[in-house]
Structure formats: C-alpha cells, structure tokens
Design a protein around this ligand. Structure first.
Ligand SMILES: Cc1cc2nc3c(=O)[nH]c(=O)nc-3n(C[C@H](O)[C@H](O)[C@H](O)COP(=O)(O)OP(=O)(O)OC[C@H]3O[C@@H](n4cnc5c(N)ncnc54)[C@H](O)[C@@H]3O)c2cc1C
Length: 290
C-alpha cells in the first residue's frame, strides 16, 4: 500500500526542523531512519501532511566523548553503534544491544533517536538507556532541554517530547571502574523485536555490588526499571545465590499486558529467566573488570 500524499521537507539545521514542526503542528512528522514511520504511513495508521526529513542536518549522527560522558547523536544508526570500537571497550552493552536489533537493513537505516522517540514497547534501546542512566537532549521552539531517561517514557508509543521538539542526542555517563553490563533478549522469531529484553548494569567494589541498575522492555506498555532487583543486589556480594534471588523479583511492579506474544504469567516467567541471565553476565564482567 502507498502512503497518503504528503509534502517533503529537508531542513539542514535543527532550528529549521523545529520551525517546520511549529508551523505545521499535528500535520507534521519527523523522519529519521523511516523504519517505524514509513510502515505506519503505508498502512495509513498515520497520515502526516508534512514529512520533515532530519537526515540532511549535519552533526546529528555519530558518537563522541564530552565532559566524562558518551554522547550519541540521535541520528546514529543501530549499526554505527553496533560497530563502534570505542563503545565496545567503554560501554559494551550499547554495541551488544545494537547487534540484536532486527536485521542488517533495519540496523543500517534505523536510528537510536527514532527508536527512543517512537517508544515502541518492544524496542531495545529504551531498556538500555534506562539502565545506563542516560540523559536525552531535545530542542524545541524554546531552545534545548535535557530529560532524564527515567522521565522520558510516558506510555505506549508516548514520550514526554512535545510535537515541536527534536531529540538531538543521548548522553550516557561514563561507566565507573568495576562496572559490568549486559543486555539479553528473547527476540520475536519474525521481527526480532524484544518479547522480553533485560539491560543490567552492575558496579562492584570490594566484592560487593555498589550500584545496580536494571531495566526491562517488551512485556508491557513501556520499558521500566526493575527496582526490586536493584534493591535486592545493592550492598550484597554478587554471588550466584544473591543473583538468583534478585532475578526472582524482576517482574515485581512491572506493568505487563497479555497479547499475541503470551499471557502475563508467561511474560513474568520469561522476565525472571532473562533477568537472571543478564545479571549473571553483568556480574561476571564486573568482576572481570570489563
Ligand atoms: C522488520 C523490522 C524489525 C525491527 N526489529 C527491531 C528490533 O528487534 N528491536 C528494536 O528496537 N527495533 C526494531 N525495529 C524498529 C527499528 O529499530 C526502527 O528503526 C526504530 O524503531 C525507529 O527508528 P527510525 O530511525 O527508523 O525512526 P523513524 O521511523 O524515522 O521515526 C519513528 C518515529 O520517531 C519520530 N522521530 C524520529 N527521529 C526523531 C527525533 N530525532 N526526534 C523526535 N522524533 C523523532 C518520527 O517522527 C516517528 O514518529 C524493527 C523495525 C522493522 C521494520
């Protein structure tokens, strides 16, 4: 099916994109990799009259380090993250998660910013940015603002971004020494979207877990932190028994919905299993200093 007719805009600056959004309001949609927007337009589930293509704006793609943080441009593709050598050593969960998204075509077109702004409940990046304690930078008519990942996702396909705001970058604090991290997922066999995905970031010091940050995606309307797991690990030795007990709390307090992927009971079970795998991998890397 073809999308409905629309006017195509190619701004070269973020300010110009913001002006177009402010002018055309609800009739406008930003285009990044197009791997969520274009299928929706073809199905006529969304029919924007104005499509604002971000890909001519320079400076929105790429990975850099700045003031002790890793900064990823919103237009950076999943593949660019997956293949970034510096991220592989400094924040390995990012390339690990990027490599698990969809197929090579999706990874070469889709962008981290598009994924976060779209907030698909089965997307991988939302859990990763929550567990890494990221901050997201957006620019609107009033200028730039910074939003904590914890405050960014509101509901199914809904974030706190205004209709006239452009997400420009994702800022991740450099992981502390002794931090291990892992992302694991149970992928849908056709799309590879997460039926459940678990991101775990553990910082070990003196044989104990100093800080635990764990987030779950895929099972409910939006990705969320697994606070029960974090509390069960903090201050404890990262041994097999503690990890197994903490993983049992992974489904606690997480909103889950029964759907074609499975019942709530099935998703709760899957969440606990994958939480244990993510925690075991993150703990091993924390101890090994990766
Ligand atoms: C077959 C298939 C398999 C997939 N498998 C997976 C998977 O396993 N895991 C996964 O996480 N995802 C998966 N995806 C989704 C894919 O990762 C998309 O690329 C992603 O969700 C959207 O990114 P995009 O750059 O393509 O955004 P677009 O489709 O261009 O845009 C998506 C939405 O975000 C808005 N938007 C885009 N950029 C910005 C911005 N900078 N600021 C504000 N709003 C913006 C757009 O207006 C639109 O509403 C899959 C997609 C397909 C088609």
């Amino acid at each position: 099916m073809y999308p409905a007719t629309f006017e195509y805009h190619r701004p070269t600056t973020v300010d110009e994109a913001v002006r177009l959004l402010a002018t055309h309001k609800d009739d406008a949609k930003l285009l990044a990799g197009g791997h969520s927007l274009i299928p929706l337009m073809k199905l006529r589930l969304t029919t924007p009259k104005h499509v604002v293509d971000l890909r001519r704006i320079t400076g929105l793609a790429g990975v850099r380090e700045e003031g002790g943080a890793i900064v990823i441009g919103a237009l950076t593709t999943h593949y660019a993250i997956e293949s970034n050598a510096s991220l592989k050593s400094k924040c390995p969960m990012l390339p690990e998660a990027g490599a698990m998204i969809g197929d090579p075509q999706v990874r070469n077109w889709g962008t981290i910013g598009g994924s976060l702004a779209h907030a698909d409940p089965a997307a991988d990046w939302p859990a990763v940015v929550l567990a890494l304690g990221a901050e997201l930078k957006a620019t609107g008519p009033k200028g730039p603002r910074t939003i904590k990942a914890d405050d960014f996702f509101k509901d199914l396909l809904t974030t706190v971004l205004g209709p006239d705001e452009v997400l420009t970058e994702i800022r991740i604090p450099a992981p502390a020494a002794g931090t291990g991290m892992a992302y694991v997922k149970h992928p849908h066999p056709a799309s590879r979207f997460a039926v459940v995905g678990v991101a775990a970031v553990l910082t070990a010091s003196g044989g104990k877990c100093e800080k635990a940050s764990v987030a779950i995606t895929g099972v409910g309307p939006k990705a969320a932190r697994a606070k029960g797991v974090e509390a069960a690990l903090t201050g404890k030795a990262l041994d097999a028994q503690t990890i197994a007990a903490a993983a049992e709390k992974a489904a606690d307090g997480i909103a889950m919905t029964a759907d074609l992927q499975g019942s709530v009971e099935y998703k709760q079970h899957l969440t606990r299993v994958y939480a244990r795998r993510a925690l075991e991998a993150a703990a091993a890397r924390a101890k090994g200093g990766k």
